[in-house]
Design a protein around this ligand. Structure first.
Ligand code: HMG
Ligand code: MG
Length: 299
């Protein structure tokens, strides 16, 4: 085992979390959540998405949200950009980093972004080139890395092909998404062994949804293999509108607790993070999905 000394947490709650919520969360409330996350020490926050509002109405207004942010130095404010329209909007809004998103499953690619995997990669090339010209970092997501809601099992080789295509196109980081939260530690290990032959481990991130309650175990597996970038959503918010039944992301609070236990540096104040999680959970009219937040609330 070789755990990293420091982990970079990518807070995806304001994007992955809120993209799937039926409750109306105002722009002011999205802004307040982001500012509370900053106050807790989050250094990378996915603010929202520049996608079609017809597809994901919850992410409408991401441009106005960027404009309203009281930006803190040293914090990366990023956004999803599925195509050149999205990238131009992200650049106009002043995003620090953008992300394209592909899938390891053909069916999911069609449902999520309305095109085949190959077409999506062709579509991403100008997005990646233009982001680089603009001098901002670009991440590439691969969804359905441990299973697909439409096709079932997905092999590590299928994932590896898409991850290495994204890497060859020039993304600086590949985030591997267990979109429907079906992975286990052994499957995670096999996946990382295979993909890291194509994309250097230092440029891989993991992104687990927690549908089957395995996300923390999977993250522990990934950390033990040297992964040092972990995506998580405060209060365990999240889901994908095109992956029915998939529950939220792993809760950021639970990941921080795990990292504390392993003595891995992360720079986040757990108490303040729980406050941010409780804030958004109250707005959504439910209790936090973070086990750690629940436990601390009871103390
Ligand atoms: P399409 O309908 O094929 O697009 O959608 P199109 O190019 O034919 O354009 C149709 C209309 O959309 C046009 O407007 C375009 O201008 C507009 P109209 O002429 O009809 O008025 N349009 C846009 N508007 C705003 N921003 C844009 C944009 N692009 C086109 N960027 C498209 C293709 C990709 C746009 C659509 O499928 C889409 O927006 N999909 C987004 C789906 C999404 O956000 N899913 C959730 C994020 S992925 C995820 O959650 C997984 C992840 O967390 C990792 C994991 O867990 O695995 C990342
Ligand atoms: Mg996700």
């Amino acid at each position: 085992m070789s755990y990293p000394k420091k982990v970079r947490l990518v807070e995806v709650g304001p994007r992955d979390g809120l993209q799937n919520e039926q409750a109306t969360i105002s722009l002011g409330q999205r802004q307040q959540l982001i500012e509370m996350l900053c106050a807790a020490g989050s250094k990378h926050i996915e603010v929202g998405s520049f996608v079609s509002p017809k597809w994901v109405p919850q992410m409408a207004g991401t441009d106005a949200l960027f404009a309203s942010l009281n930006r803190q130095p040293g914090v990366t404010y990023s956004a999803l950009t599925p195509n050149i329209i999205g990238l131009e909007a992200a650049l106009a809004a002043g995003a620090d980093e953008v992300a394209v998103f592909a899938a390891a499953s053909e069916s999911f690619s069609q449902k999520n972004i309305n095109c085949s995997i190959d077409d999506s990669l062709n579509r991403f090339l100008p997005v990646i080139e233009k982001a680089k010209e603009a001098g901002i970092k670009i991440r590439g997501y691969v969804s359905c890395v441990l299973g697909c809601p439409y096709e079932g099992a997905i092999s590590p080789q299928q994932v590896s092909r898409v991850a290495s295509d994204l890497w060859d196109l020039g993304v600086e980081e590949v985030s591997l998404g267990d979109t429907i939260g079906v992975g286990t530690p052994l499957a995670t290990a096999k996946l990382l062994e295979t993909v890291s032959k194509q994309v250097p481990l230092a440029h891989l991130a993991v992104h687990f949804h927690d549908t089957y309650g395995m996300a923390i175990a999977n993250i522990h597996q990934a950390l033990s293999m040297g992964i040092a970038t972990v995506d998580a959503a405060v209060a365990g918010l999240g889901g994908c509108p095109y992956a029915k039944g998939a529950s939220g992301n792993v809760a950021s609070e639970d990941v921080v607790y795990l990292l504390n236990g392993l003595g891995i540096d992360h720079g986040i104040d757990l108490e303040k993070l729980c406050t941010a999680g409780n804030f958004i959970s109250q707005l959504l009219g439910r209790s936090s999905a973070s086990k750690v937040a629940k436990a601390r609330h009871c103390q």
